[in-house]
Ligand binder design. Structure first.
Ligand code: GAR
Length: 196
């Protein structure tokens, strides 16, 4: 069985769709949901599903990212995941952490990468007058939101769209895309998945 750990910072809706997808003949199962915020709602939701959860409060480490990550590593390595999925995990990771899990850490980002790395993706897409927006799943590399893209899903930007309405539409596509990419990745497929 392929073991998957999922890192969240907030509500964890992507994490839930990933967990709910790992059933039946799926080659993977969730072994740990880990957060940088002990109050993240995603932790409660995962625990309700009987999945092991843990938190490392990043605020206790100030600016010392390496010390924060050392605690994450302890918990992750105890769970021995084969794949790590970042799902709304809002901490920037050091190169050392990323390299430890090179080629087996995925992230979902709410833009059509390489456009709009970082924050406020939907507002930036609207400001640019883009006709399309969407989300991407990529392999995590030390450069932020930059690794090889495994999947993308697009939405049409309608007249009168706001950052909020666009975020909601894109999130629906995130919930389709991330489980589909994870399943392929767990099966060793690395080609680009483009969802219509
Ligand atoms: C999602 O839209 C995800 O793409 C985004 O945060 C949201 C988390 O929602 N991630 C990033 O912006 C990463 N830089 P969720 O907690 O309900 O899955």
């Amino acid at each position: 069985m392929i073991k998957v750990a999922i890192l969240v910072s907030g509500g964890g809706s992507n994490m839930l769709t990933l967990c709910d997808s790992m059933v039946g003949d799926h080659p993977a199962r969730p072994v740990l949901v880990l957060s940088n915020d002990p109050k993240a709602k995603g932790l409660v939701r995962a625990a309700e599903r009987g999945i092991a959860t843990a938190a490392v409060d990043h605020r206790q480490f100030g600016k010392d990212r390496a010390a924060f990550e050392a605690e994450l590593v302890k918990l992750l390595d105890a769970a021995q995941p084969d794949i790590i999925c970042l799902a709304g995990f809002m901490r920037v990771l050091t190169a050392g952490f990323v390299e430890r899990y090179a080629s087996r850490m995925l992230n979902i980002h709410p833009s059509l990468l390489p456009k709009y790395k970082g924050l406020h993706t939907h507002a930036r897409a609207l400001e640019a007058g883009d006709a399309e927006a969407g989300c991407s799943v990529h392999i995590v590399t030390p450069e932020l939101d930059d690794g090889p893209i495994l999947g993308q899903a697009k939405v049409t930007v309608e007249a009168g769209e706001t950052a909020e309405t666009l975020a909601a539409k894109v999130l629906v596509q995130e919930h389709r895309l991330y489980p589909a990419v994870l399943r392929r990745f767990a099966g060793g497929e690395m080609g680009l998945l483009e969802l219509a």
